[in-house]
Design a binder for this molecule. Structure first.
Ligand SMILES: Nc1nc2c(c(=O)[nH]1)N[C@H]1C(S)=C(S)[C@@H](COP(=O)(O)O)O[C@H]1N2
Ligand SMILES: [Mo]
Length: 314
């Protein structure tokens, strides 16, 4: 069987609610006892100092579903650079250094260069967008993101007529990032979008969540959020954006092409080769929910894929 580091014990993670229950009891118990040495609370304390309040106006497209608890959204993560366990990213969060941070914008744009992140962000007013995030592992969350449309940023750098795709890369820093000292993926983590997906008003770059800066484990200081695609498309801690004529390689597609395609649209009609995508467990709930086509954003985005076979282009 092909080795697939993202999904160790996927069936159990996906189907066994007791795993989740135990964790909730553990966190609850630890807080009740004030046990400072317990893993999640210690990790949270370490992550706290990096959290700065952000002002943002209410943006478009927000769901009115209740947001996931902050504690869950920041302690149950996928960020392989910081470890493969869901609790590893918060524990190893301090390994990611986010200041200073530079973003390289290159390829098919009139204005290329390497920029300080603060300068890149300055012209963009922040919005809060409450979006669903659904992982291919069949869990989901509702997150109040703080960010701005990716398209607004790309337009400032003037894409050329050859710009058909947008490629993204995460920081490569094996000296500090423990996951990058193992060949879990072909580092750096890479993702890509078609230019029309990147320019779509639902697609945002997030610099924060829950009205404050992003915790490191959630992809500080800058991450992509594409709410109608599986979570793995939402690449964290971005250092490079390249506009390209050719479709870029993406990390999960390179690692397991049969399981992860380029598009990765949330699609309950197409099962992952090893498990169903029909339902999902919303973190904080027990009864499973039906997964919606395009994660509930079909009205806004289904038109992007008219004429495309979504089974073949999964
Ligand atoms: N650089 C990087 N980005 C990443 C990942 C990763 O391992 N490395 N994991 C992805 C996956 S599989 C998911 S589900 C989401 C999880 O986001 P969250 O931890 O903020 O919920 O981040 C995505 N972005
Ligand atoms: Mo994921």
């Amino acid at each position: 069987m092909a080795q697939d580091p993202l999904f160790r014990l996927p069936e159990r993670e996906v189907t066994d609610p007791r795993l989740f229950l135990r964790r909730r009891e553990f966190i609850g118990g630890a807080l009740a006892l004030g046990a400072a040495a317990s893993l999640p609370s210690l990790a949270r304390a370490e992550a706290e100092p990096t959290r700065t309040p952000l002002n943002a106006r209410a943006g478009a497209f927000s769901t009115d579903e209740p947001s996931t608890d902050y504690a869950d959204a920041t302690t149950y993560n996928n960020f392989y650079e910081l470890g493969t366990g869901k609790g590893d990213p918060v524990r190893n969060a301090a390994a990611l250094r986010t200041k200073p941070w530079t973003l390289t914008i290159e390829g098919e744009v009139a204005r290329r260069g390497r920029f300080d992140l603060d300068d890149i962000l300055k012209p963009h007013p922040l919005e809060e967008r409450i979006y669903r995030l659904r992982c291919v592992e069949a869990w989901s969350m509702v997150i109040p993101w703080v960010g701005f449309p990716l398209g607004d940023l790309l337009r400032r750098f003037e894409p050329t007529s050859k710009a058909r795709y947008v490629a993204f890369e995460t920081l490569l820093d094996p000296e500090h990032l423990p996951g990058q000292r193992r060949s879990l993926l072909d580092w750096p983590y890479r993702e890509g979008l078609r230019i029309d997906e990147a320019m779509h008003p639902l697609t945002i770059l997030a610099v924060g969540m829950y009205a404050s800066t992003l915790p490191n484990q959630n992809g500080a200081p800058l991450r992509l959020v594409v709410p109608w695609k599986y979570g793995f498309k939402s690449i964290k801690s971005i250092v490079r954006i390249r506009l390209t004529e050719q479709r870029p390689a993406t990390s999960w597609n390179l690692s397991a092409p049969r399981e992860y395609g380029f598009y990765a649209n949330v699609n309950p009609a197409v099962d992952h080769p090893r498990w169903s995508q029909k339902r999902e467990r919303r973190i904080g709930e027990f009864r499973k929910r039906q997964t919606l086509p395009f994660n509930g954003y079909a009205d806004a985005v289904a038109g992007l894929y008219a004429g495309l076979d979504l089974r073949e282009n999964h």
